[in-house]
Design a protein around this ligand. Structure first.
Ligand SMILES: [Zn+2]
Length: 443
């Protein structure tokens, strides 16, 4: 069992509800709702599961080990008790410490498990954590990551940057490292289409590169495309006339470095074009919105309110958008966007970075207004040697379930929902909202 810091919530609940009510467990959550939530087979809206291929080079479009070492919140540090708890839960690690000798034993156990499970290892992980379907955000899927347990979420940012990115990259040391990775990914998309170089016109680029890439991803089993744009620029994508974007494309396509003002016109146009095509192809659009990562990340550029003009674009109403990581510090802004008919939010990464009490407060805000728009997610990722994605899959899933139990306990206590409705909402958040959004057909 993982023990979270629940001091704030426990204080708030210490006096108990008027008239007496169900008992709480140590965390302050109602044990019956906790037990109910434990049994729900979840859909994880956002995670970075690895294939079983050594090296797994198709895992990530913007692997952050490429940028300078950066600050990590306490719960994501290698010495956090969650890591030990995950080792115990997944690998039956018998020790209370992480000494070198004990870690060598653990390493052997992990290797033996990987060998024993083979290509079934990723599905084995899902079985350990009670997840039925995991949406894997990857450049391409790989061995061990097959449907129906694993569904693909591809990366779309590279399509937004067909011109030289030298000027854009110069804006921060992190972007200096990240933009070349987008350049490489665009080259890969072109190679996949057997196209040697960029076409001369924007119209040809849209018709021979952008649309065919999205169509191929859809055909390859993709259920959503992800934008990590907030690492590269702010999320204010204006509605740019095609003539303006075409002019910029034609002017710089042969290699000249565009001015930022010019390039933004083209990027903005391409973002909305990709979002519109995604809607046509029944692909949801995932957008990273959080206060990190990286020492030069611009949090103000990741505010979901910057996306409101996109969400209000009548031409994009057939596209479903998911604010991934719940907007982080802008969680209430993300909640405000749920008034739009085609906008959803997930709790991924919050499950790994925030305390369950803090996440519970955020969930109460969202669930009180739009429970059918809230999705569970872990953002499980490999963090280093012997810290594969399965560890954060375990801890993020535990934390997400714990926070949901706390939130629903509080909502029952306040009389916002009765027990039956709390159970219904738990099932929606962990499973059926995502099943409906991606047409997974889960009961
Ligand atoms: Zn992620």
């Amino acid at each position: 069992m993982i023990v979270f810091a629940q001091a704030v919530l426990m204080t708030a609940c210490a006096s108990g509800p008027p008239g007496g009510s169900a008992p709480r467990d140590q965390s302050g959550a109602d044990p019956a709702i906790t037990a109910f939530i434990e049994k729900i087979r979840a859909v994880d809206n956002h995670a970075h599961a690895n294939s079983v291929m050594p090296g797994d080079s198709d895992a990530d479009a913007l692997p952050l080990d490429g940028i300078a070492p950066f600050e990590l919140p306490v719960r994501l540090r290698p010495d956090h008790p969650d890591v030990l708890a995950a080792y115990k839960a997944l690998y039956k690690y018998p020790h209370q410490d992480l000494s070198d000798t004990h870690l060598r034993d653990l390493h052997s156990t992990m290797q033996a498990t990987a060998q024993e499970q083979g290509a079934n290892f990723p599905a084995w992980v899902l079985d350990q954590i009670g997840t039925e379907v995991l949406l894997a955000n990857r450049i391409a899927m790989g061995a061990g990551l097959a449907p129906p347990r694993f569904r693909w979420v591809s990366y779309a940012d590279a399509l937004m940057f067909p011109l030289s990115t030298k000027g854009e990259a110069a804006t921060t040391p992190d972007r200096q490292k990240l933009f070349p990775l987008e350049d490489q990914l665009l080259q890969r998309y072109l190679a996949d289409l057997k196209i040697a170089g960029l076409p001369a016109t924007l119209d040809a680029y849209l018709n021979t590169v952008v649309t065919p890439t999205l169509e191929a991803q859809r055909k390859g089993g993709c259920v959503a495309v992800k934008f990590e744009a907030a690492y590269l620029r702010a999320l204010d994508f204006d509605d740019v006339p095609v003539a303006d974007a075409s002019g910029v494309y034609a002017k710089y396509v042969r290699g000249a470095v565009p001015s930022h003002v010019d390039y933004k016109l083209l990027q903005d146009f391409l973002f909305r074009y990709i979002a519109r095509e995604a809607g046509r192809l029944d692909l949801a659009v995932h957008i990273h919105a959080f206060e990190g990562a990286g020492n030069f990340f611009r949090t103000d550029g990741a505010d979901p309110l910057l996306l409101e003009p996109v969400f209000n674009d009548a031409a994009l109403r057939k596209t479903n958008f998911v604010i991934v990581h719940g907007g982080g510090v802008f969680a209430s802004h993300a909640g405000a966007m749920l008034w739009k008919p085609n906008v959803y939010v997930d709790m991924s990464l919050m499950t790994l970075a925030y305390s369950s009490a803090r996440l519970a407060d955020i969930l109460i805000g969202w669930l009180t207004e739009f429970p059918e728009k809230v999705l569970f997610g872990s953002d499980a990722s490999a963090l280093g040697p012997d810290q594969g994605w399965e560890l954060t899959a375990w801890s993020g899933t535990r934390a997400g379930r714990a926070a949901l139990a706390l939130a629903l306990t509080e909502m029952m206590r306040n009389g916002d929902v009765d027990r039956a409705r709390a159970e219904e909402i738990a099932t929606m958040v962990l499973r059926t909202n995502a099943s409906k959004l991606y047409k997974l057909g889960l009961p």
